[in-house]
Ligand binder design. Sequence first.
Ligand SMILES: C[C@H](O)[C@H](O)[C@H]1CNC2=NC(N)=NC(=O)C2=N1
Length: 95
Amino acid sequence: MVQKLDDDARTALLTRFRDWTHDPTRDAITRRFTFDDFAQAFGFMTSVAIIAEKMDHHPEWSNVYNRVDILLTTHDADGLSERDAKLAEAIERLL
Ligand SMILES: C[C@H](O)[C@H](O)[C@H]1CNC2=NC(N)=NC(=O)C2=N1
């Protein structure tokens, strides 16, 4: 079981990643990424996938043409954990 973020840590996470929205029903963070076209969107997804596999922490996501919707939460914690913060940080660095 992975440690779930407490209220203060969750607030700090949302303050740090202002482009991400908290989904309280899942205790997850979500963000929509919009690119010029499918090739860019899928290139981004490929980079995220490689990072996610290295981190052994995987996004829930969907793609429609130039749009990628990402939801991060930790299944093993039943909510947000440090692993989501680390993956969000790595995703932000790709932009
Ligand atoms: C066995 C493996 O380490 C776990 O299933 C990992 C894989 N990727 C994961 N990804 C996410 N988002 N949450 C998890 O709890 C999780 N657990």
